[in-house]
Design a binder for this molecule. Structure first.
Ligand SMILES: CC1(C)CO[C@@H](CC(=O)O)CN1
Length: 431
């Protein structure tokens, strides 16, 4: 018998114009996890975990008002789940005033790795800086010590580049130029040619990526003498879709030609070992099956690949609820020793908040998104994956475990010119 309930707030970006509407798949994933943890008799003994959800539309203002509604209306909440970097920034900055932990399942901004500003923030979604050690590892592998950076002037990319520059300085990789643009990349791309850039790291959203690629085609900054690093979480055929609608002057054929051979890095969000049993008893493929079923019931046409936004990140939301349940379980065991329970928590009870913080901070379990563990800044520790586009499809080249400095390389890379492009003009001295 469940003699009482434990309540948490959930803030999901369901629709809205800008930003990421990842709540569409992440909220169903969180609800699956809620059902699973409540079905476990060995967890939260005697209590049922309840999730009170609202839509933030990925707008920080709406996210703040939803948070106040959750906090000023009974029942009292123990913790907040949130998505979108902008909403997590607002919610996590305020939540500390209520001694509330905030668990973000969909926030990639490097600015959130700041215990001074966000003392109670944890995230199952890795920071965008997780790509940087992987980029450096690849540069060292292929002998590139002279690179260029091309970025969109957005906060997430500005702070990612600052982190990349720090890594380059530490490893002796020279950044010959750093070009940024607001929305029109033509001048920035032209400057890359002027600086004889050969290995270029590109950091921008997918619409800007299409504009960059067409400029790259026009300036012939592609082919056997160039290597581009793009972000790996764009949709697979990103370089040949929406060209008309977005006024891209290049044809799909020209875009494919310019894109040939580029590398991508991304954080792994689905446990790669798809037959490994996770803490829930499911493999990540079992989870995919159940998520698809839940999304079909919610009205999404999965059969025709009409996946809702946030599908890629759904394991992060599922595992976030498990992290909460395990941390509450650990906290309750500790509180019982002094005759207390989580029902004694109030928004002014820092003692119990510290117990919950300690429990989340020491999280370590195998979830459907892989090993779930947090850095001292509350960041998700994650593996990254490297791919290369050739013959118009992405080929997995390898994985990188930053913590262990272990690169798993599949020896599948192919170069347009048949050999690794050099990072500078090679002058051959005539004998
Ligand atoms: C990989 C991506 C698309 C990065 O942005 C995250 C959303 C955000 O940081 O606001 C969701 N996941």
């Amino acid at each position: 018998k469940r003699d009482d309930d434990l309540h948490i707030g959930g803030i999901f970006p369901m629709e809205g114009e800008g930003g990421w509407q990842g709540g569409q798949a992440c909220m169903p994933a969180a609800e699956l996890a809620l059902a699973d943890v409540n079905a476990r008799s060995d967890l939260l003994s005697g209590f049922k975990l309840l999730l009170h959800s609202n839509d933030s539309k990925c707008e920080p203002g709406l996210g703040a008002s939803v948070m106040y509604n959750l906090l000023y209306n009974p029942p009292q909440k123990l913790l907040l789940l949130a998505g979108c970097s902008t909403v997590c920034t607002t919610v996590a900055e305020a939540a500390k005033m209520w001694n509330l932990m905030v668990l973000c399942y969909g926030a990639s901004s490097p600015a959130l790795s700041d215990r001074a500003r966000f003392p109670t923030l944890f995230r199952t979604h890795p920071s965008a800086t997780v790509h940087n050690p992987t980029r450096i590892k690849l540069m060292q592998k292929f002998g590139w010590s002279r690179i260029a950076i091309l970025q969109q002037a957005e906060e997430v990319f500005i702070s990612t580049v600052e982190d990349l520059e720090a890594h380059c300085k530490k490893t002796g990789i020279e950044i010959v130029t750093r070009q940024s643009f607001l929305s029109d990349p033509s001048d920035a791309v032209r400057n890359l040619r002027r600086q004889d850039a050969r290995v270029i790291v590109g950091l921008f959203y997918v619409v800007a990526a299409r504009r960059v690629l067409c400029e790259v085609y026009k300036h012939k900054l592609y082919g056997k003498s160039y290597v581009w690093f793009f972000i790996g979480w764009y949709e697979d055929n990103w370089f040949e879709t929406n060209l008309e609608r977005e006024g891209i002057e290049c044809t799909a054929e020209q875009m494919r030609e310019a894109a040939e051979g580029h590398l991508t890095t991304e954080a792994l969000m689905w446990n790669q070992n798809s037959n490994q049993t996770t803490i829930s008893g499911m493999t990540s493929e079992d989870f995919r099956f159940r998520l698809n079923e839940a999304l079909r019931e919610a009205g999404y046409d999965i059969a025709r690949e009409k996946f809702p936004e946030g599908y890629q990140e759904a394991p992060l939301a599922y595992d976030a609820v498990w992290a909460v349940a395990l941390a509450f379980n650990k906290t309750m065991e500790k509180l019982e020793k002094s005759g207390l329970s989580l029902k004694n928590f109030t928004y002014t009870n820092k003692k119990i908040a510290d117990d919950i913080y300690e429990a989340i901070n020491s999280t370590s379990f195998l979830g459907v998104s892989g090993l779930v563990a947090f850095s001292s800044q509350g960041d998700r520790i994650a593996l990254t994956q490297i791919e290369q586009l050739y013959d118009n499809h992405y080929v997995k080249l390898g994985y990188y475990d930053t913590q262990a400095d272990n690169l798993t390389w599949l020896e599948r890379e192919r170069w347009v010119g048949g050999k690794v492009p050099p990072d500078r003009t090679v002058v051959v001295n005539e004998l």
